[in-house]
Design a protein around this ligand. Sequence first.
Ligand code: AKG
Length: 273
Amino acid sequence: MLVFNVGICQLGVVADKQSNICKARSMIAEAADQGSRLVVLPEMFNCPYQSELFSQYAEIYPEGPTIAMLAECAEKHKVIVVGGSIPERDEVGNIYNTCFIFNEQGKLIGRHRKVHLFDVDIKGGTVFQESKTLVAGSSMTLVDTSLGKIGVAICYDVRFPELARTMVLQGAEILVYPGAFGPVTGPAHWELLMRARAVDNQVYVIGAAPALNAAAEYKSYGHSIIVDPWARVLALANEVETVITSKIDFRTLNRVREELPLLRHRKPEVYRV
Ligand SMILES: O=C(O)CCC(=O)C(=O)O
């Protein structure tokens, strides 16, 4: 499909899992009512973003109320749902930061387990150790959909341009990043990174963040964003709970790639380390 709308549900995550699920359900409906064919949720939308809580909120596919809600909403509203992320437990007890992706029939078409875990210690700023409780995924996630090829990665994964480039070289036309940047790196890097991945790769980029919850231990920067292949910001939230939408038009992507043929001008033989 050449032209369609996409929506982001920037929901405020609270401690009560059931409330998060209900909120996601109603915001997906709102995005669909506004004409979105692809609806994106934020990282860890059923659970406060705290390592020690991930196990308590985790679900095992195909069980679990969050996973069931995503499938139901996709089928009911006939939309593709990129289900942000939730803690996922596998059969041997490992926990991943996982995005489940459902098509318009409510069928699972992809599952991205966050590849790059957020283990940082920024002096005077953010300290986070996802690897204390999470296991990293080990593969790239590209899904074929009725709207085109979509690459999905999660939050800190956006800092690795190689991942985005590889997805684009394999045909991705939209890169979707559920994320949850904080108050330190958010203002400094969130929009920059989303626009950088768009301009580097001449793709649409969608970054979906939770709204700011002032009572939460980890405070999301919000600022969900939709960027076009010329790195223009098509829609940008502030920090409050909201649905944002924008039109995606693949004629823009084709024109940008035709006029400025970056991807054809690459010289991979020069880039070897
Ligand atoms: O890369 C950043 O600055 C933030 C990353 C993050 O919050 C995450 O990966 O969950």
